[in-house]
Write a protein that binds this ligand. Structure first.
Ligand SMILES: C[S@@+](CC[C@H](N)C(=O)[O-])C[C@H]1O[C@@H](n2cnc3c(N)ncnc32)[C@H](O)[C@@H]1O
Length: 252
């Protein structure tokens, strides 16, 4: 079953979530690519940065979520519903961007190798995945899901994400040039239970799908104080939320 997404909830933190996309794109050198593809485009707000940077390119986007594709199309993006697992680059693809997507795809290492083998010389593949699965925002969810009340209700979503070195080695082994790094962003969030709100629009989507409304409300209510303890509100009401992310840009 594919995860259901809420584009409006996802966009609540759009400024914070855009930051890694800008940092990723800053390391892509292409000047006049023929085709640019955004894999897992979400609501398309960041895909518009690709059309703005490369107005002469055919920019296309795909996402497995019907809700996200609809939101992207409403922005004028050429988006369609598809799973990245079955995607292969058309021959004129010069830039592929996939931002905060591949941690949802356990086979993503094979995909990276396959895509790099299929891309034309000079093409660039830019990837960003969260690397914060050991952080309390995920560890508290995993610990709660392990408790008897919830055990087995939802598969753990650890993402199978690697280190920058692992991705660099994987990419280098294909013969492509690689630039890989990690950054821990420090997001300053506001409002009540902001970390719960943040993960509610991403990490917790499969939990919500699996549990249904009533059980999910109970799950959230149990999780909320644990996240408040891990990410305490400051006297001014703001909450610091460190978030590690892994980046790799490959050039064929
Ligand atoms: C966290 S959002 C990121 C959206 C956008 N790239 C961004 O940076 O804002 C993850 C997106 O990946 C999509 N996604 C997850 N698994 C996918 C798959 N196997 N194929 C295509 N899209 C997928 C989801 O539907 C969701 O829109």
């Amino acid at each position: 079953m594919s995860t259901t997404w809420d584009p409006t909830a996802y966009l609540t933190f759009d400024d914070h979530r855009a930051r890694p996309f800008h940092d990723l794109l800053a390391r892509v050198a292409a000047r006049s690519p023929r085709r640019v593809v955004d894999l897992g485009c979400g609501p398309g707000n960041l895909t518009t940065l690709l059309t703005a940077r490369w107005p002469g390119a055919a920019v296309e986007a795909l996402d497995s979520s019907a809700e996200m594709v609809e939101a992207a199309r409403a922005r004028g993006i050429d988006a369609r519903r598809a799973d990245v697992v079955g995607w292969a680059p058309p021959p004129d693809t010069d830039v592929v961007v996939t931002n905060a997507v591949l941690h949802w795809v356990p086979t993503h290492r094979e995909l990276l190798t396959r895509w790099l083998a299929a891309l034309p010389p000079g093409a660039e593949l830019a990837v960003q995945v969260p690397g914060n699965f050991a952080a309390p925002s995920h560890a508290e969810v995993a610990a709660l899901l392990d408790e008897p009340r919830w055990a087995g209700a939802v598969p753990p979503a650890d993402g199978g994400v690697g280190t920058p070195t692992e991705y660099a080695a994987l990419i280098a082994a294909t013969g492509a040039a690689v630039d890989a790094w990690e950054t821990t962003y420090l997001h300053r969030l506001t409002g009540p239970d902001p970390v719960l709100e943040w993960i509610g629009s991403t990490t917790l989507r499969p939990v919500r799908d699996a549990l249904g409304d009533d059980d999910y409300a109970e799950f959230r209510a149990t999780l909320a104080p644990r996240l408040r303890a891990a990410y305490p509100a400051q006297p001014d009401g703001s909450t610091w939320f460190p978030f590690r992310r892994i980046f790799a840009v490959a050039r064929v």
